[in-house]
Design a protein around this ligand. Structure first.
Ligand code: DGL
Length: 256
C-alpha cells in the first residue's frame, strides 16, 4: 500500500539530476524527497548497460527501504540503459524516466538542423535511435557526447578556459552545419548552460527538458492518486555514494 505522505526518490549518476530535481521541487513543493547522487560511479556515460542496470537496481532498493512512492531517473543515460529493466523488476513502483528533448527541438528548429549534447551511452542506445527515427524525419540531427564534460562538472568546473574549449569544439561543427536548436540531453549540462549560450549566436535556442519531466512526475502521481495532500513544504534529503562536498556544492549551485 502506498500513501500520499511517502517521499519521491530522485536519482542520477551524480549531481546532474539536481537540475531536474529543482524543477520537480518547484512544481510539487509539498512533497517529501530523497535525492541520490551515485557520484562514485560517475560517469555513467561510459559504463556498460549491465553496470548501469546494477547501480539503478541497488539505488531503487535503497529508495524502497526509504519507503519511496515513485522513482525519478533524472538521468538520460540511466533511462536509456535501465528504465525498462527497472519497470519489469519492480512492477509496483512507478518510474519516471527522461530522454533528450528531440521532439520539442524538431518543432522549434527553423534551419531543420538540431544539435544534441548527450553522453556516449545515451547516443549509442536503442532508445535514442528510435527517438530520432520517430520524431526527426526530414531533420538533420547532429550529436556529440561532450567527452570529459561530466567529470569536469563533478569537479566543480562550470566555467573557465577548459570548459569553454571543450564546448567550443562540440558546438563549432554543429554551427557550421547551421544547427539553430540545441538539446541539453544530459542532466549535468544545465550546469554549463551559460557557457553554451555564450558560444551560440543570437537567435539560437537551448532546450532543457527539466520542466517537462516535472510535469510528467505530477501526472504520474496524480494518475496513481499519490500526490501529497499536505499544505506544508515537504522535506528534502540528499544522499551520495561519493564525496559529500561535491553534493553540497551541487545543491548550493542549483537550489541556492
Ligand atoms: N547526468 C547523466 C545524464 O543525464 C549522465 C552523466 C554521466 O555520464 O554520468 O545522462
Amino acid at each position: 500500500m502506498t500513501s500520499t505522505r511517502q517521499p519521491i526518490g530522485i536519482m542520477d549518476s551524480g549531481i546532474g539530476g539536481l537540475t531536474v530535481a529543482n524543477a520537480v521541487f518547484r512544481l510539487l513543493p509539498n512533497e517529501d524527497y530523497i535525492y541520490f547522487a551515485d557520484s562514485i560511479h560517475i560517469p555513467y556515460g561510459d559504463k556498460t548497460q549491465e553496470q548501469i542496470r546494477q547501480y539503478c537496481f541497488e539505488i531503487t532498493e535503497f529508495f524502497i527501504q526509504q519507503n519511496c512512492k515513485a522513482v525519478v531517473l533524472a538521468c538520460n543515460t540511466a533511462t536509456a540503459a535501465a528504465l525498462e529493466f527497472l519497470r519489469e523488476t519492480f512492477p509496483n513502483m512507478p518510474f519516471i524516466g527522461m530522454e533528450p528533448a528531440v521532439k520539442p527541438a524538431v518543432s522549434h528548429t527553423r534551419s531543420k538542423t538540431i544539435g544534441v549534447l548527450a553522453t556516449a551511452g545515451t547516443i549509442s542506445s536503442e532508445r535514442y535511435q528510435s527517438l530520432t527515427q520517430r520524431y526527426a524525419k526530414g531533420i538533420t540531427v547532429l550529436q556529440n557526447p561532450c567527452t570529459g564534460l561530466v567529470p569536469l562538472i563533478e569537479a566543480g568546473k562550470t566555467k573557465g578556459a577548459e570548459v569553454e574549449a571543450l564546448l567550443q569544439e562540440v558546438l563549432t561543427p554543429m554551427l557550421k552545419k547551421k544547427a539553430d536548436t540545441f538539446v541539453l540531453g544530459c542532466t549535468h549540462y544545465p550546469f554549463v548552460r551559460s557557457v553554451i549560450e555564450s558560444l551560440l549566436p543570437e537567435g539560437a535556442t537551448v532546450i532543457d527538458p527539466a520542466p517537462a519531466i516535472a510535469k510528467q512526475v505530477k501526472k504520474v502521481l496524480a494518475e496513481g492518486g499519490q500526490l501529497s495532500k499536505s499544505t506544508e513544504k515537504g522535506n528534502k534529503e540528499f544522499f551520495t555514494s561519493g564525496d559529500e562536498k561535491v553534493l553540497a556544492w551541487g545543491v548550493e549551485v542549483i537550489l541556492g
